[in-house]
Design a protein around this ligand. Structure first.
Ligand code: PAF
Length: 281
């Protein structure tokens, strides 16, 4: 596996393959990221992982400075999983000038849910993803569905700009007890880690209630309220837990069919750690 830090080295490392596949990451890799590499290998011959902690997507009060930088270990993990090329640019390489051109995603998708709690986040994500797609010029790029809203926004960005990259969404990878794998799980204390599974438990409870509700008798507000209360009782601060349409993340209308078309999305804080998760229904 080759590791490069500059755009020039990156371009020199391109192979004349049928399909180059990009897995964008911010490093501090876990099994969830490595599954993205497995999927990437099924979609092409040259798998490129990018590792870049993108300042543009962090608000001033967020964890940009303490976000773990573990390049050496990340590269070992990637090599072990058959990644071909790692692009790990410095900030100066990716943003040689202050990034004044930015991608402002569709407000219908990007001014809801996460955007209320992380203003500017999706502009930062879309800007760096657009730039990474320009650098790597992949035929396919793989994103985790754990960041469901991010995945949907990027799909739409690529479609609207007619970029020649196909976006593949990889289902969320979970620990044995159901917790969605996330770099931020490392911030949890042992008691918080034990409690963290409750978020997925509440998503499952909502999904089950939706699946078993008699036709026309689904009270989503009551279900969301019950889940919020259950989490709050266990010490969580809930940002949202809500059922949305998969395609545009808007609430389904009362006459719409829900099963097979919807996703329950949640974000909540345990102590200082904010976790997100979702479950398609
Ligand atoms: O999901 C992430 O890790 C980041 O948001 C991404 C897509 C690598 C952009 O920095």
């Amino acid at each position: 596996m080759k590791i490069v830090h500059t755009l020039k080295e990156l371009r020199q490392a391109f192979e004349p393959v049928q399909a180059r596949v990009l897995v964008p990451t911010m490093g501090n890799l876990h099994e969830g990221h490595l599954r993205l590499i497995d999927t990437a290998r099924r979609h092409g011959q040259q798998v490129v992982a990018s590792i870049f902690v993108n300042r543009l997507q962090f608000a001033p009060n967020e964890d940009f400075d303490r976000y773990p930088r573990t390049l050496e270990r990340d590269c070992e993990l990637l090599a072990g999983r058959g990644c071909d090329l790692v692009f790990a640019p410095t900030e100066g390489e990716l943003y040689p000038l202050p990034q004044s051109y930015k991608v402002h995603p569709d407000p219908v998708l990007a001014n809801i849910l996460e955007a209320h709690f992380r203003p500017g986040f999706f502009t930062g994500v879309c800007t760096v993803v657009m730039k990474l797609l320009g650098c790597v010029q992949p035929d396919v790029a793989v994103f985790g569905q754990k960041d469901y809203q991010q995945w949907r926004i990027i799909e739409r960005m690529v479609h609207q700009f007619a970029l020649p990259t196909r976006i593949v969404g990889e289902p969320t990878c979970r620990a044995d007890d159901g917790l969605a794998l996330s770099s931020r799980n490392g911030y949890l204390s042992p008691p918080e880690r034990a409690q963290a599974i409750e978020l997925y438990a509440q998503l499952r409870a909502i999904a089950q209630a939706v699946q078993t509700a008699p036709a026309g008798r689904l009270d989503m507000q009551a279900l969301e309220h019950k889940a919020t209360m259950a989490l709050q009782t266990n010490g969580w601060q809930v940002d949202y837990i809500t059922l949305r349409r998969r395609m545009d993340l808007l609430p389904p209308t009362p006459d719409e069919s829900i099963l097979g078309q919807s996703v329950v999305l949640a974000a909540a804080r345990l102590g200082a750690t904010r976790l997100i998760d979702n479950l398609e229904v």
